[in-house]
Ligand binder design. Structure first.
Ligand code: FE2
Length: 268
């Protein structure tokens, strides 16, 4: 299964256009939060309408899994905690979102909400406990914030990671966790787009300026994973120690080249 993983689009419509085009070349699209941008002069309700439309169009091309980020919160729930109702509503359009756990091929994906307090944290714990009970060969989490103490949460000055997520990873040891939130992590010294905590591999594709998002491509059949960003391409094999991660592989598959060509067309 060929997967495209992106986070932190922050209402950059050029970046959404790229994801929409790229969706044709993959079997699954994962968007790990921060769809909207709180600092823009455009009302976030209006932003959400535009983004929901992108989600529907992406969903027409490939299954779409999403989770909320801190820029996506739109109202308080019964517990008095901020939540992303507009993200929840995407379920109506067959987009899998916060609180869902679904099996695609042989992989269980659990999409976690952006937790704002104890009630949100409990919801995630319950979701992960249930996921653990039905766990197939491969279990993947989608959670906006990366884990504390990981290079995927290092912004060049300090760690902005989530200690709860780190503890949940240690408890349940999922196979993969897709995150975002700390934009700088793949671009700064001592940061990274990939990390291993026990048997779990954690990803943060990061966020870069311009019309193209930085993003991750994963082929679950070959276990080969690629990160694309302004500094170039990095790759790793999930079955090998991450220390062997290279700048570029010798035998790059055609679908990854197709993405590179798509980037060039997108910028033309
Ligand atoms: Fe962000």
């Amino acid at each position: 299964m060929k997967c495209l993983i992106v986070s932190d689009l922050h209402y950059n419509l050029k970046k959404y256009d790229f994801v929409l085009s790229a969706a044709e070349h993959v079997d699954l699209v994962v968007l790990a939060g921060d769809f909207l941008e709180i600092s823009l002069y455009i009302d976030r309700k209006a932003q959400a309408v535009v983004v929901q439309n992108y989600f529907r169009r992406i969903r027409e091309k490939a299954p779409l899994l999403i989770c909320s980020g801190n820029h996506d919160l739109d109202q308080r729930n019964a517990a008095g905690e901020m939540c992303s109702r507009w993200v929840d509503r995407m379920r109506l359009y067959n987009v899998h979102t916060d609180g869902d756990s679904i099996v695609v091929d042989d992989t269980l994906f659990s999409m976690c909400l952006w937790w704002d307090g104890e009630a949100g944290k409990k919801k995630i714990e319950e979701q992960l406990r249930k996921g653990h009970e039905m766990r197939p060969d491969r279990w993947v989490w989608v959670h906006h914030a990366p884990p504390a103490g990981s290079p995927t949460s290092w912004n060049g000055k300090r760690s902005y990671g989530d200690q709860e997520l780190h503890d949940w990873i240690e408890t349940w040891q999922p196979d993969l966790v897709f995150c975002g939130h700390v934009h700088q992590a793949p671009f700064v010294a001592n940061g990274s787009w990939i990390d291993r905590i026990g048997k779990t591999v954690v990803f943060n594709g990061g966020h870069q300026l311009g019309a193209l998002p930085s993003y991750i491509l994963l082929d679950t059949k070959t276990s080969q994973v690629y990160w694309r960003g302004q500094p170039g391409t990095r790759c790793a094999n999930l079955g090998e120690p991450l220390l062997t991660a290279q700048d570029w592989a010798e035998d790059v598959p055609e679908w990854v080249f197709a993405m590179c060509r798509l980037e060039a067309r997108h910028l033309a």
